[in-house]
Design a protein around this ligand. Structure first.
Ligand SMILES: [Zn+2]
Length: 94
């Protein structure tokens, strides 16, 4: 089941995520496209819409049985690679 839209889907259609830590050492939702990470995982459609729904519902901490909030930037970046804060090419070319 997708933690965003709560729709049923085959596992092969869903992206697995696990609770881990990001580059800053904060608790984070870590994408696990290879489905190899140990521990509890959650699944969602690899789509921005379902990601937004899951974030709004605080579905990741609940699905992953984590008491506190989880950073989701890594996952967000994976789903929306064009939205990168490090892309400053628009401002450096004047
Ligand atoms: Zn979904």
């Amino acid at each position: 089941m997708c933690v965003g839209c709560r729709g049923r889907a085959a596992a092969s259609e869903l992206l697995r995520v696990t609770a881990g830590s990001d580059a800053h050492g904060r608790p984070a939702v870590v994408p696990d496209p290879g489905r190899t990470a140990a521990g509890r995982g959650a699944h969602l459609h690899p789509e921005r819409t379902c990601y937004d729904l899951a974030v709004r519902r605080k579905a990741f901490p609940r699905a992953l049985r984590v008491p506190g909030p989880l950073a989701t930037e890594d996952l967000e970046h994976l789903l929306d690679p064009t939205d990168t804060p490090t892309d400053r090419s628009w401002s450096s070319s004047s």
